[in-house]
Design a protein around this ligand. Sequence first.
Ligand code: HEM
Length: 412
Amino acid sequence: MLTDRAAAFTGLAREHPGGVTVPLPGRPMHVMTSPAAVKHVLVDRAERYEKGLGQAEARAGLGHGILTGEGHAWARSRRSLNPLLRARTVHKHAGAIHQLATDSVAELSVPVSRQLPVDGVLAQYAVRCLCTVLDVPPPEVRPVAHALDLIQDDAMFRAMSQDRVPAWLRPRAERRLAEARAVLDEMADHVVAAVHASTTVDEEPPAWADRDGVVSLFLAGYETTASTLTWAIDELSRRPALLDALAEERDDAGEPTDDPASVLKMMGQLRLTTAVIKEVLRLRPPVWLLSRRAVQNDVIDGWPVRAGDDVCVITAEVQRDGWTDPDQFDPTRFLSRSDHGRYHPFGLGPRGCPGVALADVEATLWLAEASRRLVLRPVVGRRTGVLARMSLTVGRGTSYVVSGRRATPQQR
Ligand code: HEM
């Protein structure tokens, strides 16, 4: 559990498909994968649960923004954010996001093949997409990403140690956490100022736009999509024929104008690209652990849970269910049928992801442009490292052999 969290949780869930209680001292943890249990906790009886393991402890760094907040304040934030992220609004930015995707891919399109890390470029792209939709100027990404990394590491340490190590025993870690938060506060202040500046005198500034709200939103809104795209690169780098098929699909879809409707029409033709993203989200859901903490005694699908217990849903395990060869990366499974209900990479219920539409547009457009412009190969002899924190990512700085793709006949 301390050295390889994702593998430990996955092992527990796979060995105990009906659920298992880990009797941790102080706070028992129930690992559940049955559809009935997942629905009970996340949807039907969501009011009996708050955010749990990992997310609760992340409050030390993130505060009480939309991701980790609860109750009335959370509900106000959520209500004020939803309109900005609903599909109809996000789709108006499709032209701008397509331009960002094209520019981002161009940064990797080097003439001679080179080993390049992709996470920095993808972080920058995801932050720019988010800022486009929020209509705020993008911050410098590297310090923000670094500070959010640090906050996640701290949250994981607190979660795994049940937050029992007092601050005075880890003064260096506490100092680094405060420094990270200072970086994020500075970024958040600029965003809040930009949002307030665009609010008219008769309008209330939106409830999400305070320091904690912005910090939460940046963590939730950038790393998940960046990590989805990194996993897609990882899979495609080992499958040149699939990458070629995506390139052909993108070429066949033609050149959109700047008009959002034209970009969305082009996107609508990218069935295989969409299936690749769905399959990445099935096998490598960035939010790998959906955790809740019971606020009252409950019985989940016959399983007794006491107030204060943690309940953990391992999304990738739930999403294996019902498929042939569930551990194989096979996007074509999504061409013949959609999913079968046991697919929830964006969560479920009232705390489900409000960023689905943005994630869809930005991931599809980037992958489509990357497949037609880039040749991707793995670095020989390197195994892909996994970093399981609040989100599941490819190890930081992982490189791929990248070069620009020669123009296809359609492009010439
Ligand atoms: C592929 C990309 C993404 C995935 C897989 C994803 C997944 C998720 C999941 C599973 C949750 C629920 C967590 C829980 O129930 O504990 C969530 C929450 C959230 N996501 Fe996403 N997300 C993605 C992209 C985005 C984007 C682009 C935004 C942008 C604004 C965003 C904003 C949020 C917010 C604010 C929450 C917290 C909602 C709440 O607690 O009310 N996400 N996301």
